[in-house]
Every structure is written in structure tokens, then in C-alpha cells.
Design a protein around this ligand. Structure first.
Ligand code: S3P
Length: 427
């Protein structure tokens, strides 16, 4: 795909549904009793993998555009699948489903794509084994394909080494299957809390105390109506573009601004971007806002510590934006980038270097010096990673010469309409 360079972005975009929340709505609907109606569901490849896995276990799921209805008959209503569950490229599907499978009465085999096969699963399979699940796979259950023999589980008090919502959620979901015992997860920093919020919408009791979340086993979930907010991780590409591409002004509608996900807004403010946040009045279990951004004089910043889990998926696009900021931007404490869809320290640094950025990798992040004129006129690659693909597409709005992007189809994982939205707002 050839990407044209150097055009400002103007207009309004309705950001598609949040990926993390869409996954959870289908999963929780499938193990709840009764009907769950989901609106603004993200029809990206990852969330469709979740639907396909639950259909294979007997859940009745209907898709009508971005409306999805799920009829569940409780966690014991799931059936042994006849073939492999294929989680595709989705880490969230793989890890959260492991938590649910651990407490079933049947056997499951799980596999995904080449990228999933490299992502560490021990962070989930170890605690699930401690709870009593029988899980095996390559490297002692660290890599797919994995086999799960569900069984009776006991509650654990788990201290996670990483701030990961996928780890936390898998253990809490397994915790729902214990016989009235409590399961507790404590994290080093707070990770996104969509599971906690949504379990409450499905009528479950979840206790949050600082960095610890607890659930009691044996609770029944009741079907719910879930409105999925726009995905702030998708909005981030247009926020960064709006702030750094000359002659830009964008209005992004109905974006989820959950405080465990809104680190990109802090970074934009710290970098001096002109950003207006208009909150919607809603009784929704997740906050929603319209975000307005325009071309700004940006300055370098430091991103570290507690802020990292609040923007982990936005680091590729933040790195690009930092090439357009005066001074130095330092990103640290972000080792988790190495185990995402690609090693995002390497892919970001290598691809941005190709187009002329002054960027270096560190052990736990990267350092970017700005402001740089990006040259382009080269071939770049998503390496099969949706967020690297979108970052490079936005880079083409800043380069002097067009870019040739390999592997643009990866973007379908989280933002199938990305190129039509980009095209529409390009002048
Ligand atoms: C997600 C959690 C994060 C994030 C991923 C989605 C989720 O992963 O990077 O895109 O939906 O729970 P980790 O739990 O590995 O940090």
C-alpha cells in the first residue's frame, strides 16, 4: 500500500468500539444467565475470534452490524468444543478464555496465530494451575497450543509481578468458579479495570481495595445491556496526528476515558498539545467524552512508572509524535512492550529509524530526540502488528515523501475502518 505524504487532517470521526470492552461483553454475556445486548461492538478480527470461540462452546451469538446479542445459560451452560478454539492474534481472548476454561467440566485445546505462539502464557497458566486447573502446552504451558482440563478450583491470593489486566482478569474469572471461596489479585500498578466494572454491571460483587481486587466464587452473572465506548487506543492515532500534522483539527466522538486507560491524554497535556475534553453525562459504567485536538507546538516529556499501564498500547504512536516535539522524550519502565503482538521496542525503533527519526532503544523503553523532519520515500512494515501499521500510516502524513507500507491488513485486528476514516479527514 502506498501512503501519500504531507496532508493536514480536518473533520469529525466516530471512533469504533473499544476492543477490551467488546471482548469482555461477549465473554461475560456467554457465561451469564439470560440475554446480553451489546451496542457499538468492535467488529475487528480480535473480537470476532472471541465470538467464534464462544460459539464453538455453544453460546448463541447474533451479530447485526455493531449490535451483538448473546444468549447465555450460565457458566455451566458452556459445552466441550469439538475442535481447537482459535484465538487468532488476540492475547486478550487467549488469556481471559484460559481463566474461564480452568473452571469448566471439560477439555479444550487452544491455538492462535504465529504471534500468539510467541507470547508468554505462563503468567496466566501458573496461577491457574495453583488454583487446580490442569493445563499443558509447549515449554511447560508457556506457549500455545495449550490444552486445558477444567476442574474444581480453589481460591488463591495472587501477587502478580506485572501490571496486566489480562492476568488479573483471567484469575478473577477463574475465581468465579470456586465453591464460594475468595480469589484475590494484587498488582504492582493498577491495570485497566474493565473486568471489574463490567462484572458489576452483570450483577457480580467485586471488591477493590487499592491495588487488590477480590471476587467470591459461585456468583451468578445476569445478562446486561452494554454500550461499548469508542476505543481510546484507536483514538490515540488521530489524537497524535491532530497534534503533530500541520493544518489539522479533529473532533473524535464518544471516546472511552476510563482513568485506567487515559494516559495518552496526560501525555498530550504534558507535551503542550491543545486538547479539549468534553465529558458526556452518562450513567454508563464507563466514562465517555468527545476529544478535540489541533496542531500544537509540542515539547518532549518523560513517560514512566504508574503512567505506563495507562497507555501501554499507545507507545508506538506516542513515539512518532515525540519525533515532532522539541527536545528529548524518554519512555521507561515499559519492558512489557517486548511481549506484545511484536517486540514493540524493536519494531517502533527500527521502522521509525527507516524514515529518518532520531530514536534509540533502551532496555525498558526508548529515547527520542526532536524535532525531526521525517523523510520517507522508503518501504516500511507493520510486521503483522496492527498498532505498528497504524503508526506508520499516520507517519506518512508527516513525511516529505510517500511511504510504502507492507502488511497493512494487520490493522483489521482493531480498526477495520481505519483507512476510510483517515482518507475522509485528509484534505
Ligand atoms: C488488554 C490488556 C493489555 C493491553 C491489551 C488489552 C485487555 O495487555 O495491552 O491490548 O483487554 O485486558 P496486558 O494485560 O498484557 O498488559
Amino acid at each position: 500500500m502506498i501512503l501519500q505524504s504531507g496532508r493536514g487532517l480536518q473533520g469529525e470521526i466516530s471512533i469504533p468500539g473499544d476492543k477490551s470492552i467488546s471482548h469482555r461483553a461477549v465473554m461475560f454475556g456467554s457465561i451469564a444467565e439470560g440475554k446480553t445486548e451489546i451496542s457499538n461492538f468492535l467488529n475487528g478480527a480480535d473480537c470476532l475470534s472471541t465470538i467464534s470461540c464462544f460459539r464453538k462452546m455453544g453460546a448463541d451469538i447474533e451479530i447485526n452490524g455493531t449490535n451483538v446479542s448473546v444468549s447465555g445459560s450460565g457458566i455451566n451452560g458452556l459445552k466441550e468444543p469439538e475442535s481447537f478454539l482459535d484465538t487468532g492474534n488476540s492475547g486478550t481472548t487467549t488469556r481471559l478464555i484460559l481463566g474461564l476454561l480452568a473452571g469448566t467440566s471439560f477439555h479444550t485445546c487452544l491455538t492462535g496465530d504465529e504471534s500468539i505462539a510467541k507470547r508468554p502464557m505462563k503468567r496466566v497458566t501458573e496461577p491457574l494451575k495453583q488454583m487446580g486447573a490442569a493445563i499443558d502446552g509447549r515449554a511447560g504451558g508457556n506457549f500455545t497450543p495449550l490444552s486445558v482440563r477444567g476442574g474444581t478450583l480453589k481460591g488463591i491470593d495472587f501477587e502478580s509481578k506485572v501490571a496486566s489486566a489480562q492476568v488479573k482478569s483471567a484469575i478473577l474469572l477463574a475465581g468465579l468458579s470456586t465453591d464460594g471461596e475468595w480469589t484475590k489479585v494484587t498488582e504492582p500498578h493498577k491495570s485497566r479495570d474493565h473486568t471489574e466494572r463490567m462484572l458489576k454491571s452483570f450483577g457480580a460483587e467485586v471488591i477493590e481495595e487499592g491495588l487488590t481486587v477480590s471476587v467470591k466464587g459461585g456468583q451468578t452473572l445476569k445478562g446486561a445491556n452494554i454500550e461499548v465506548p469508542g476505543d481510546i487506543s484507536s483514538a490515540a492515532f488521530f489524537l497524535a496526528a491532530g497534534a503533530s500534522v500541520p493544518d489539522s483539527r479533529l473532533l473524535l466522538k464518544r471516546v472511552g476515558t476510563n482513568p485506567t486507560r487515559d494516559g495518552i491524554l496526560d501525555v498530550l497535556k504534558n507535551m503542550g498539545a491543545s486538547l479539549k475534553v468534553t465529558e458526556h453525562k452518562t450513567d454508563s459504567y464507563e466514562p465517555i467524552a468527545d476529544l478535540e485536538i489541533e496542531t500544537s507546538r509540542l515539547k518532549g516529556t518523560v513517560i514512566e512508572g504508574n503512567l505506563i499501564p495507562k497507555l501501554i498500547d499507545e507507545i508506538p504512536i506516542i513515539a512518532l509524535m515525540a519525533t515532532q516535539a522539541e527536545g528529548k522524550t524518554v519512555i521507561k519502565d515499559a519492558e512489557e512492550l517486548k511481549v506484545k503482538e511484536t517486540n514493540r521496542i524493536d519494531t517502533v525503533v527500527n521502522e521509525l529509524k527507516k524514515i529518518g527519526a532520531d530514536i534509540e532503544a533502551t532496555d525498558d523503553g526508548m529515547i527520542i530526540h526532536g524535532k525531526t523532519k521525517l523523510k520517507g520515500g522508503v518501504k516500511v512494515s507493520s510486521h503483522g502488528d496492527h498498532r505498528i501499521g497504524m503508526m506508520l500510516a499516520i507517519a506518512s502524513c508527516l513525511t516529505e515523501n510517500p511511504l510504502e507500507l507492507e502488511g497493512s491488513e494487520a490493522i483489521n485486528v482493531s480498526y477495520p475502518g481505519f483507512f476510510s476514516d483517515l482518507d475522509r479527514v485528509q484534505q
